[in-house]
Design a protein around this ligand. Structure first.
Ligand SMILES: [Zn+2]
Length: 100
């Protein structure tokens, strides 16, 4: 990504090993996209919110992806072709699944 199209955001780069279980973080990263899309049930939402609040790297990831989605929605929704947009969303999903 180049320029300041994300509004000066920096991607999360801490990775695992910051004091929380890796499996929890992997689950949180997977569910983060669905969470941001509003596709989760209330029980899963509670679980991911609880994890985000106690896990710095996942909170960073949440902040990054939620802010990025807002930027994409507000700045790119009208001008970005649908296939490019879905490719970007796919990249975000991959980035969330592979924090390295
Ligand atoms: Zn975590």
């Amino acid at each position: 990504m180049s320029g300041d199209s994300t509004g000066g955001l920096t991607p999360p780069g801490d990775g695992p090993g910051s004091g929380c279980a890796e499996t929890d973080c992997a689950d949180a990263a997977e569910q983060l996209q669905e969470y941001l899309s509003g596709e989760l049930d209330s029980e899963t939402i509670g679980a991911i919110e609880a994890h985000i609040h106690r896990c710095g790297p996942c909170l960073d990831a949440y902040d990054f992806h939620s802010a990025l989605r807002k930027v994409v929605a507000s700045k790119c929704a009208e001008s970005m072709p649908g296939d490019l947009r879905s490719r970007l969303v796919g990249m975000l999903d991959q980035a969330a699944s592979n924090p390295e």
